[in-house]
Design a protein around this ligand. Structure first.
Ligand code: ZN
Length: 360
């Protein structure tokens, strides 16, 4: 299959090549000394995590590594973070005083060089976008696309259009129709920030295609509100008939799980439904113990508590502050002696792998 022009017709990806001397990216001052220190803390468990990422994301795997490392191998991530915090790595780094940033780059570049010293990965595999039939390769996508939409499936243009929504002229009626279509494919009322939310990975491919297709044709939330002259997003949903007249979102809950638990996102619903399907008793919103730094008012809550006292949190990870946020939760859990599972959007593709020990 000939690939799109911006890859110069080559069946090769532009990023993170296993065989080039530099690997195909700007290392931002990442030096041999940095790599040696990184290699000093890296483990076989890190290698296994990388091998799984390569399987799922092809050449885009390093972009997924910092987040996956933090949630799946927190102890190893903490070692890398500690190198960053003590300024033992990233000496030439532009943001040497920001350990979060150094951690993120180290988790990418360090794991990249560690991986290509021991293995290679397949060259680009051209694939056809199911929405527009463009042939493309994973490496043509941008990092935010694989984070929001998952492993390469839709072409770059379709990802951009899904994120931006339709900019063409529409009437209020058309906007409501398109929002209704989106709602049908979501099987839930779309939240106001639907265009920024990760597309759930646990749904059948056909439904995922329909969701992204509907995102492309639906105008942005602000446009729909303007067309309907609605004072709030809830008013948009009410007037479009997507929620009952008297409905109010309780702290941003737009959908309900099979067992009646309110959920803030499709991802939360997917997790709650997995627990129900596998007969795992779960309590929602268990309180975190008070902590002088991470929970001074004692108001923070996790998403679920499992029968053995394990806490489960869903982290959308769309914010740049994910390192700080997740580390704070992990420290809170550690100090309280609570086991914590953090689930991220890519994990939705295989919840059983994470939650199996609790399932029946
Ligand atoms: Zn496309």
């Amino acid at each position: 299959m000939p690939v799109a022009a911006d890859n110069r017709g080559r069946n090769r990806d532009w990023s993170f090549r296993s065989t080039d001397p530099e690997g195909g990216f700007n290392p931002y001052g990442w030096s041999r000394g940095d790599q040696a220190r990184f290699d000093g803390v890296w483990t076989d468990a890190g290698d296994d995590l990388v091998d799984d990422l390569i399987e799922d994301y092809g050449v885009m795997w390093p972009w997924m590594c910092p987040r996956r490392l933090l949630t799946r191998e927190p102890t190893l991530a903490e070692e890398v973070y500690e190198l960053a915090r003590r300024r033992l790595i990233g000496q030439g780094h532009t943001y040497a005083d920001r350990p979060d940033v150094v951690y993120e780059h180290a988790a990418m570049y360090g794991s990249f060089h560690a991986a290509r010293a021991r293995r290679s990965w397949p060259d680009a595999r051209p694939q056809k976008c199911p929405l527009c039939a463009t042939v493309f390769t994973a490496g043509q996508l941008n990092p935010w696309m694989v984070r929001q939409f998952g492993p390469a499936r839709w072409c770059k243009q379709c990802c951009v259009e899904a994120r931006n929504g339709s900019s063409g002229p529409v009437t209020a009626d058309e906007a409501q129709q398109r929002l209704t279509t989106l709602s049908t494919h979501f099987a839930a009322a779309p939240p106001q920030d639907f265009a920024q939310r990760p597309v759930p990975l646990d749904l059948p491919d056909g439904q995922r295609d329909a969701i992204v297709g509907a995102m492309r044709t639906c105008p942005p939330a602000a446009t729909v509100r303007g067309l309907l002259e609605a004072g709030s997003w809830v008013e948009v949903l009410r007037r479009t008939g997507l929620v009952p007249e008297a409905w109010r979102p309780a702290r941003g809950t737009y959908c309900v799980a099979a067992d009646g638990h309110p959920c803030r996102s499709l991802a939360e619903r997917a997790i709650d439904d997995w627990l129900t399907r596998h007969d795992v008793e779960h309590r929602i919103e268990p309180a975190w113990p008070r902590h002088p730094e991470h929970n001074p008012h004692g108001r923070r809550r996790a998403d679920w508590e499992l029968p053995d006292g394990t806490y489960v949190e869903y982290a959308g990870l769309t914010s740049d502050e994910y390192v700080t946020k997740i580390r704070a939760k992990q420290q809170l859990a550690h100090e309280a002696g609570i086991r914590l599972i953090v689930i991220t959007p890519p994990d939705l593709a295989n919840l059983s792998e994470l939650l199996e020990p609790w399932g029946r």
